[in-house]
Design a protein around this ligand. Structure first.
Ligand code: ME8
Length: 691
């Protein structure tokens, strides 16, 4: 198959401009960057899109609070995202802003198609709205907290345009069924299926009480619902709604997207609303929506509103781009939540990059310089060969195969692990074969042996370098140059095999690629973050003082300017450090435990475990799988539909091979500790937070 003719279109979410970018945004973007770079190296005609989401009530209010017009505000923060991505050397082909005219054209075009196909009607919505999540919260009563984020919702009563979402449930379920790869990973797919099966309501897709949005075609009193507006970016960026023929062709060529990469909190928008809009508009659906987990910092989701963010710039300035990329791709098991910490970052960098790859590269290339005058040595096919040479070759061939399969299955951590197993083996091979001792011996045979050892090591180094390039673009480009091989991104990865290193080729200038990091690197990063947070806190205080009060908006939100309204990074100490001598914990520590109301959707016995039940519990934002030791006290069928309390932010753990994502709260009664589930006398909405 001619891969050159095959297109590949990948997108990140477009990021809200109410907050400065942090490592969480950098994560999604660099994962997509690595995928896009690999696809290009494999010869795919690749298009990689990122951008900013600039409309809606949340942005309008943040702008007012910062004393700016929404457009000025959006320009400033969108610019911060753009410059971060430049600094990160992100290889995006396009950056879309929803305030651009090309986006307005695409959004209005899609709205018109929905209307023309009879999927839109006008109706009155009276209910709760969460401005923070830009989400209609139908289930909640007046003043109720948002099930997604726990913030107070606002009552809105407006005449709106409605989208007939309810009519698409069967088509959506059929699509999930027929396209098992549409939602990845599998656990997320199950959540979406459960959500759709629980019933879909029609969706309000316009707002008339504020102006910061794209006017509804033919009825400019209304602006389009910000999520409808935002999702369309994936089409408008590549030409939907354009009058220009080349742009229209571009849309025909690249749509549908191959991968929409997102964080797990916006699955519903991408896997339910977006495909339904596309079906209704008569457009093909994206091939896959891939959801990753969250980056946690000090055990919580890194987010501006929690004030526990780390800026990517800090890490890049002190450790370099590739250190950040390697850490996030290697340390986070893709799809799961992962913890970010400066200590772990430095440790990983030193062990895998400075030690393993750095040593392999510098000792191999330095010896080729010293013993072969900087020319790649000729290994003899017959003289002085050993079985160990072939072991390295076979291992390298296996790594080429496995790395590709794992990477293309989004298992980045395992892909790197595989490649680094080769690095480890070659380092060991060098220690065992002792080329520095062989070099001191006289005779042709020893010379041939030395050539074979160094050629084998250099060839394995070349293979790891080529494979790792999409993940570590800067440092691998340097190693590639040192190997005398020119422009690495032009290398055809599809052709990668053993023995491609040109014999006699001249090495480039050999220099260390990964200088060791130490404690001072950690201290510098911590200090930079503290300074940033202190500055942000003072800006936030002053902007809160000058910002006009917003109806129904908590003061903390009014303070959100384009700077991070974040307390100093050190302000939230780890749980253990905060525990006081008499065993009491502070209210802050208690607030770290996220207790939520959930509804049991599925309950079944776990095979071979008398006490365990496997539950699927809807907690408003998602359906969680839990494994609970309550099988002796409750029959599965009695639990379905029951509201329970769960600890929602526990680290996942495995029980009998099943991942348990949270804990169900129960009293432990009597001598045998019989569990009695916590519940409520009044009705409570799913997802409500306990505090
Ligand atoms: O949701 N860990 O924008 P947003 C991992 N505008 N990823 C994180 C993260 C964290 N702690 N924090 C943020 C929006 N992200 C909408 C999207 S798309 C049509 C509209 C990443 O600024 C992750 O990809 O809140 C998440 O989904 C995205 O940023 C949310 O960015």
């Amino acid at each position: 198959m001619d891969k050159g003719s095959q297109k590949f279109y990948i997108t990140t979410p477009i990021y809200y401009v109410n907050a400065r970018p942090h490592v969480g945004h950098a994560y999604t973007t660099l994962v997509c960057d690595a995928i896009a770079r690999r696809k290009r190296m494999l010869g795919f005609d690749t298009y990689f899109l990122t951008g900013t989401d600039e409309h809606g009530q949340k942005i309008e209010r943040s702008a007012v609070a910062a004393g700016m017009t929404p457009k000025q505000f959006a320009d400033e923060v969108s610019g911060l995202f753009r410059s971060l991505f430049e600094k990160m050397n992100i290889s995006n082909d396009d950056f879309i802003r929803t305030t651009e005219s090309r986006h307005k054209a695409g959004a209005q075009e899609l709205f018109r198609r929905l209307q023309a196909n009879g999927h839109i009607y006008k109706g009155k919505y009276t209910g709760q709205y969460c401005v923070f999540d830009e989400l209609y919260v139908d289930a909640a009563g007046p003043g109720a907290p948002c099930p997604e984020c726990g913030r107070p919702t606002e009552t809105v009563s407006e005449e709106n345009y409605y989208f007939k979402l309810s009519a698409f449930a069967d088509q959506l379920l059929a699509h999930y069924q027929q396209n098992p790869g549409f939602i990845r990973p599998e656990t997320r797919r199950n959540e979406v299926i459960a959500f759709v099966k629980s019933g879909l309501r029609d969706l309000s897709i316009s707002r008339s009480t504020f102006k910061w949005g794209i006017p509804v075609p033919g009825d400019p009193k209304h602006v389009m619902y910000v999520w409808l507006d935002a999702l369309i970016n994936y089409c408008s960026a590549i030409g939907l709604g354009s009058k220009d023929e080349a742009e229209q062709k571009k849309f025909e060529h690249y749509w549908p997207a191959d991968v929409h990469m997102i964080g797990k909190e916006i699955i519903r928008f991408h896997c339910v609303y977006w495909p339904a809009f596309l079906m209704a508009a008569g457009l093909p659906l994206p091939r896959s929506v891939v959801a990753h987990g969250w980056l946690l910092f000090e055990e919580n989701k890194m987010s501006k509103s929690r004030g526990n963010i780390v800026r990517a710039e800090t890490v890049i300035d002190v450790m370099g781009n590739d250190a950040l990329r390697y850490f996030l791709l290697r340390e986070v098991v893709f799809g799961h939540d992962g913890s970010f910490s400066f200590d772990a970052l430095v440790q990983r960098y030193n062990s895998d990059l400075a030690n393993d790859l750095g040593n392999l590269s510098s000792r191999t290339l330095t010896m080729i310089n010293r013993y072969f005058n900087g020319s790649v040595p000729y290994p003899s096919p017959t003289v002085a060969r050993k079985a160990t040479d072939d072991v390295i070759k076979e291992h390298a061939l296996k790594v080429i195969q496995e790395f590709g399969e794992l990477f293309d299955d989004f298992q980045f951590s395992r892909a790197l692990e595989t490649a680094w197993s080769l690095v480890g083996d070659v380092n060991k091979y060098l220690v065992d074969e002792e080329p520095w001792i062989v070099a001191e011996k006289e005779g042709e045979e020893n010379k041939a042996r030395l050539a074979t050892i160094l050629y084998t090591a250099a060839e394995a180094l070349r293979i790891v370098t080529a494979l790792a390039h999409p993940m570590l673009p800067e440092s691998t480009a340097k190693i590639w140059n040192q190997l005398g091989l020119g422009e690495i991104s032009k290398f055809n990865l599809a052709e990668l095999k053993w023995a491609q290193l040109p014999l006699g080729g001249k090495l480039g200038k050999v220099e260390p690629v990964f200088p060791r990091a130490d404690k001072t690197s950690i201290e510098r990063m911590q200090q930079m973050e503290q300074e940033r947070a202190a500055q942000a806190a003072s800006t936030a205080t002053s902007s809160a003082a000058t910002a006009p009060a917003q109806a129904g908006q908590p003061a903390t939100q009014a303070a959100h300017g384009p700077t991070d309204a974040a307390p100093p990074a050190k302000a939230a100490p780890p749980v253990q450090a905060a525990a006081v001598a008499d065993g009491k914990i502070s209210i802050d520590d208690f607030m770290k435990v996220e207790l939520r109301v959930g509804m049991v959707k599925v309950a079944e016995k776990v095979k071979g475990a008398d006490k365990l039940l496997r539950l699927e519990v809807d907690i408003g934002t998602e359906v969680r799988q839990l494994v609970a030791g309550i099988a002796l006290a409750y029959k599965p069928e009695d639990l379905i539909g029951r509201k329970v309390v769960i600890v929602a932010n526990l680290q996942p753990r495995k029980l009998r091979g099943l991942e348990s994502n949270g804990m169900i709260v129960a009293a432990s009664v009597g001598e045998d500790g019989k569990p009695v589930l916590a519940g409520f006398l009044e009705d409570v909405p799913i997802g409500a937070k306990l505090k």
